[in-house]
Ligand binder design. Structure first.
Ligand code: NCD
Length: 312
């Protein structure tokens, strides 16, 4: 089990939700909540990061996370510079550290780093003297995704204590699941990790950040009527994951399974979705059950909160 605990959050970088206290998390969620009217275009902001430049270093593909950080920076009045691996000197063999230092030397105020290798943002953080935000590293963590998941759950349920959230699918390869697990358990919710045994290591039961517990299982049908929310994960084919023909039969969130959720229970997915594999299109688009678009909107607000907290 990969452990890269930050021990405690020193507010210099955001490398993971592991190590953040319940108070740290609630502060960020409260700040994000205040930014939501700005994200929805209902109010304007005296831009706190006017004149600043945020460097987006995306060494791995991304749609929503990269655009979301860009929109967040712009809503705060900052400019941004975008670097992607293809089309940059990374493809000429320049090291990620040299690239990061180059962008820092241009006067950027923070670096947002995504990479396919776990630990890359931590490595960059040691090499530069500006804040680094992990935008997803390999199979490790994706803290701003974790925060947007927490915000969405809090909006629907009002809180976390005594609540039960199932995370379903390719857990072993999922940085989204790891960050959600840390955040949810720290705030007092319990987490059911459900998937084929090869995708859900038993050792994850000991990954707890606080009062909530983590339970590992392989029977989605058994928990459907017990949970308050279900987070479906994409099968990470690009990280070597593969599934058999029975995957859909056992682990997909189908229309039929969704009908067996408790009233009020809701459906999350970080995107991008494999429609028809882990989730039915009708479920993803169900206006009552699905909060997938709300998650995206919340993502901008939490990234504004994180940038604001680290950059000023
Ligand atoms: C996730 C990621 O990149 O880890 N996507 C995202 O950031 N919204 C999940 C995934 O790729 O399956």
């Amino acid at each position: 089990m990969l452990r890269m605990s930050q021990e405690r959050w020193d507010r210099r970088h955001l490398l993971g939700l592991d190590g953040l206290s319940a108070n740290d998390l609630v502060d960020l969620l409260d700040a994000a909540e205040q930014y939501l009217p700005v994200v929805r275009g209902e109010s304007r902001l005296e831009p706190p990061l006017a004149g600043r430049i945020i460097g987006n270093l995306f060494f791995e593909d991304s749609t929503r996370t990269r655009c979301s950080f860009t929109v967040a920076a712009q809503r705060l009045g900052a400019l941004h510079v975008d670097l992607t691996a293809s089309g940059s000197s990374v493809s000429k063999g320049e090291s990620l550290i040299d690239t990061s230092r180059t962008i820092e030397a241009m006067g950027t105020s923070a670096l947002v780093v995504r990479a396919s290798q776990s630990g890359t943002p931590a490595m960059v953080a040691r090499a530069v003297s500006i804040p680094v935000i992990n935008a997803g590293d390999g199979r490790h963590e994706h803290p701003t995704q974790g925060l947007l998941d927490l915000l969405t759950i809090r909006q629907r349920l009002g809180g976390f204590e005594g609540r039960r959230v199932a995370i379903v699918g390719d857990i072993a390869a999922s940085r989204v699941a790891r960050s959600a697990m840390h955040g949810l358990t720290t705030l007092g919710a319990s987490v059911d990790l459900i998937g084929p045994p090869a995708m859900v290591p038993r050792s994850f039961e000991s990954v707890v950040g606080g009062p909530g517990r983590v339970a590992v299982g392989d029977d989605l049908d058994a928990v459907l009527g017990e949970i308050d929310a279900v987070m479906m994960l994409r099968v990470q084919f690009e990280r070597g994951s593969d599934v058999g023909l029975d995957y859909r039969e056992r682990y997909a969130l189908t229309v039929d399974r969704t009908a067996r959720l408790r009233p009020g229970a809701f459906v999350m997915h970080p995107g991008p979705m494999n429609r028809g594999l882990e989730i039915d299109a009708e479920v993803a688009d169900d206006p009552e059950r699905s909060v997938i678009r709300q998650q995206v909107t919340n993502g901008v607000a939490v990234r504004m909160a994180v940038l604001r907290a680290l950059v000023l």
